[in-house]
Design a protein around this ligand. Structure first.
Ligand SMILES: Cc1cc2nc3c(=O)[nH]c(=O)nc-3n(C[C@H](O)[C@H](O)[C@H](O)COP(=O)(O)OP(=O)(O)OC[C@H]3O[C@@H](n4cnc5c(N)ncnc54)[C@H](O)[C@@H]3O)c2cc1C
Ligand code: FES
Length: 274
């Protein structure tokens, strides 16, 4: 239980881990996440579930190495076990027949968008997936995402693959030609905010997955609080998915930047130790 059975680099600094986690795989639902501690001395970090196999009893996660804890996670090899793995956590996405659904994944938003697109398609929705990255070498999981989509659109900021430009450019065009019933966007905060601003005038239900800092992920510490519809919500237990038109993105950006200096120092200290 907990052993890493596959480790696959997907792009520079982006790693897929397949981990034995029978209980998590058995109860995982669309849109949920896990909390991991690579070592006993590590911080707890939330990572979205990318995929799970109930028969094999395994889960797959994809993460980007950005700071100390994700560097520690990337240093674990096949056969080793993370110190702790907790989940599945978060409210699952409501899977039902909406109609025409657009699933948008930007960068590290692509792994969680994959299981959302799959779940919604299995429920009888028509799924258009739009994935985007800064450049071609950072585009991940294209074949997988395409395999669960009725229509699949790709773009890169620099035009090195697919259409040149942002996912919002592609969405903007679709909004003019299609009768869309639901939009789900996961990716960098500015991207999710831009998607919300685009769909608001059309009155299209839009869901985003928020990524505030988390500590206990049980609703006790309050670290992950976000403002949604003028109310304080805890992303770990009330989310992480919320109505995009109700989210206070300015507050989220401010809170995400709060510990930048401490995070930089923690990474430097860890690098100096290894
Ligand atoms: C519900 C949820 C699901 C997530 N799923 C994934 C996933 O599937 N794959 C993945 O790569 N990451 C995911 N994240 C983000 C991931 O948890 C952070 O990258 C990780 O905590 C960083 O830890 P660290 O110690 O390596 O870096 P830190 O030292 O904590 O931070 C390094 C840098 O990353 C930024 N950062 C830290 N935490 C976050 C965050 N939550 N969101 C955005 N930037 C952050 C910091 O501002 C800093 O600039 C998710 C976050 C949440 C809340
Ligand atoms: S992380 Fe502590 S309340 Fe959500």
């Amino acid at each position: 239980m907990g052993k890493i059975i596959r480790k696959e680099p997907l792009a520079e600094g982006v790693v897929l881990l397949e981990i034995e986690a029978e209980r998590v795989a058995r109860s995982a639902q669309v849109g949920q996440f896990v909390v991991l501690m690579p070592y006993e001395t590590s911080e707890r970090i939330p990572i979205s579930l990318h995929n799970w196999d109930r028969n094999k009893g395994t889960i797959e996660i994809v993460f980007q190495v950005v700071g100390r804890t994700t560097s520690e996670l990337a240093s674990l090899e096949v056969g080793e076990e993370p110190y702790a793995l907790l989940g599945p956590l978060g409210k699952p996405l409501e899977i039902k027949r909406y109609g025409l659904v657009v699933c948008i994944g930007g960068g590290l938003g692509i792994p969680p968008i994959y299981n959302i697109a799959r779940g919604l398609r299995e429920a009888g929705n028509e799924v258009i997936s739009i994935i985007g990255a800064r450049t071609a070498s950072l585009l991940i999981l294209q074949d997988r995402t395409k395999s669960v989509s009725d229509r699949f659109l790709v773009c890169t900021d620099d035009g090195s693959y697919g259409e040149k430009g942002f996912v919002t450019g592609v969405l903007s065009r679709l909004l003019k030609s299609e009768r869309i019933d639901l939009v789900i966007a996961i990716g960098p905060v500015p991207m999710m905010e831009a998607v919300a601003n685009l769909t608001r005038p059309f009155g299209i239900k839009t869901i985003v997955s928020l990524n505030p800092l988390m500590l206990d992920a049980t609703g006790m510490c309050g670290v992950c609080r976000v403002k949604v519809g003028g109310e304080t919500k805890f992303a770990c237990v009330d989310g992480p998915k919320f109505d995009a038109h109700q989210v206070d993105f300015a507050d989220l950006k401010r809170r995400l930047a709060m510990y930048k200096e401490e995070e930089r120092r923690a990474l430097e200290e860890w690098k100096a130790r290894i």
